[in-house]
Design a protein around this ligand. Structure first.
Ligand SMILES: Nc1ncnc2c1ncn2[C@@H]1O[C@H](COP(=O)(O)OP(=O)(O)OP(=O)(O)O)[C@@H](O)[C@H]1O
Ligand SMILES: [Mg+2]
Length: 242
């Protein structure tokens, strides 16, 4: 283990021996096959892998949206795989943040109301307006999603997720629907939140160059962790092209 590995050595989430099998009709498919993974506090972890390799399945399990067929999902001493549905939903709502490719905003609610949806049910939320200021959208608080660009909508989604002060912010292809310039703005924002708020962030992408911004890079291939790299010198997003 290197020195910089030691510097961030607290694991906030540990996945141990995760497998996930889907059954469709008669056919069983093992989508995850014994994944071990640690998410360290204060780090940006980027999970890369080809389409269909199991990234979203893994994120859904790590974030308590799905359960593994076998294995443990440990937040401290709590195994999410063993919580009942109500406990799991409550943990997810209060403690985790999510950002998706297609924003998932409430179309009939303003930016501020969209953030409030999350802060109303969180344990220790930020002020919703402060969260929007943090993502540079103070002038847009009363705008509806349809009145904003894709990049702006994604920043509202990020404001909504971080306003909960989540233990981990999970992002599944956060730039997938954006052109690369707008995608960079979104990734720069994630980098800044990691630096300024020490938010622990997990980003899933099939864009390998994006992994250069990470402290830790997890390569997934056909449902297994192929390789885990500690990145000694994360690069600022401005220097990345894809
Ligand atoms: N609900 C489901 N039922 C059956 N099979 C599923 C289900 N969800 C995912 N799969 C299968 O699991 C595999 C992994 O899917 P997953 O969505 O995790 O991949 P991914 O790495 O996120 O891909 P992409 O980069 O395209 O988003 C795929 O072969 C997919 O068809
Ligand atoms: Mg996916």
């Amino acid at each position: 283990m290197s020195d910089s590995d030691q510097a961030h050595s607290t694991a906030v989430l540990r996945l141990i021996g995760i497998s996930r099998t889907y059954q469709v009709g008669e056919v069983q498919t093992e989508v995850l096959r014994g994944v071990d993974l640690e998410i360290r506090e204060g780090e940006i972890t980027v999970v890369v892998g080809a389409s269909g390799s199991g990234k979203t399945t893994l994120l859904n399990i790590a974030g308590g949206m799905d359960r593994p067929t076998s294995g443990q999902v440990l937040f401290g001493n709590t195994d999410l795989a063993r919580l009942d549905d109500a406990e799991l939903t409550s943990f997810r709502r209060t403690s985790l943040g999510f950002v998706f490719q297609f924003y998932n905003l409430v179309p009939t609610a303003t930016a501020l109301e969209n953030v409030r949806v999350a802060t109303d049910i969180a344990d220790d939320p930020m002020d919703p307006a402060d969260a929007l200021r943090l993502v540079g959208l103070a002038p847009r608080m009363d705008h509806f999603p349809s009145q904003m660009s894709g990049g702006e909508q994604q920043r509202v989604a990020i404001a909504r997720a971080i306003a909960k002060n989540p233990k981990i912010l999970f992002c599944d292809e956060p730039t997938g629907a954006l052109d690369s310039r707008t995608g960079k703005v979104v990734l720069q924002l994630l980098g800044r939140l990691n630096r300024e708020l020490a938010t622990t962030i997990v980003v899933i992408t099939h864009n390998v160059p994006i992994s250069r911004m990470a402290h830790r890079i997890v390569h997934i291939s056909s449902g297994v962790v192929d390789r885990m790299e500690v990145n000694q010198s994360p690069v600022s997003v401005e220097e990345i092209t894809w």
